[in-house]
Ligand binder design. Sequence first.
Ligand SMILES: *Cc1c(COP(=O)(O)O)cnc(C)c1O
Length: 375
Amino acid sequence: MQFIDLAAQQARIAPQIRERIEAVLAHGRYVMGPEINELEEKLASYVSVDHCIAVSSGTDALIVALMALGIGAGDRVATTPFSFISTVETIALLGAEPVFVDIDPRTYNIDPQQLDQVMAEQRDRGQPIKAIMPVSLYGQCAEFDTINQIAGRYQVPVIEDGAQSFGGTYHGRPSCGLTTIGCTSFFPAKPLGCYGEGGACFTNDAELAKRIREIRVHGQDRRYHHPRLGINARLATLQAAILLAKLEIFPDEVEARDQAAQRYSEALKEVDNITVPHIEPWNRSIWAQYTLRSPRRDRVCELIGERGIPTAVHYPVPLNDQPAFANFAHRATPIAAQAAAEVFSLPMHPYLTPEQQSAVVDAVRAAAATANEEG
Ligand SMILES: *Cc1c(COP(=O)(O)O)cnc(C)c1O
């Protein structure tokens, strides 16, 4: 069984993908070809924002967003320790300093109450937070109404790391359109993935959009004129072409993902020592990951693996414990540490069949029972 079955999706839309690729081969504009603009318009409309800027990866989306907001050396950015490395890596790469805020134990997203406390502490210490970067983990949006309210009081921007949540909604509003800038990734394994690297930034702020567009091309506003520092963060035209083909079936896949997740939760919610995902009633997760937790996680995953079913741990080490970030102030984040020790994800994609899911569910039940007996 595949953890994510990209072949099943490709089989469904192979002619459309081929047609889109052929079109790029025919016009030959491999960098910033017409598909980029077409994709940006469609994505902006999907997210209900004024501006979408396609970029070369989710990591680059975060970098150009931070650069556009002027975050740099010595600036402090509040973020979560429970995420993929990029969230904090990008902050650190720009010479800024991550300030870690612990998570909500049920959603695994940044805890707004603790964020509020950290904002006040940092201000009182004369080291104010300059930006907030929450992650919408596993496909469920963070608590953005409260986060935006806190950001408003401190007059700082919010960047949503929506690398896992493109396609999800918060109070009916699409992820990536909820904050100053929303960033996502089109890595193949993400809910909307291309066949290589890709990402995008979203904003309603025309000035920020202009800056992001310039930063994407070496800080250039017209040919060989560079008013600011930039990087090369352009999305390949071929990747945009593939995304345009995939976007056609994405709404359908959103439904299929949700149904698969409901089937898992229904079948697993009563299992001893297994906690199914908690989705707030106002959120619709895109289920980038279907993530359970168990106090005997490692043994449970081992037993599931013996049945030929893959699992994965997102993420085994909180970012504030990563050696690369050892030089930053270590704020204790016990909830994130416990989550890192207990979470594991099951195979999740829109083409999971009920039969495959039954096999997964049986394996989880049997593994949990054995692990419980072993004590
Ligand atoms: C995947 C991911 C990224 C990075 O995206 P890339 O396209 O791989 O660079 C950033 N943040 C989170 C939360 C992710 O899951």
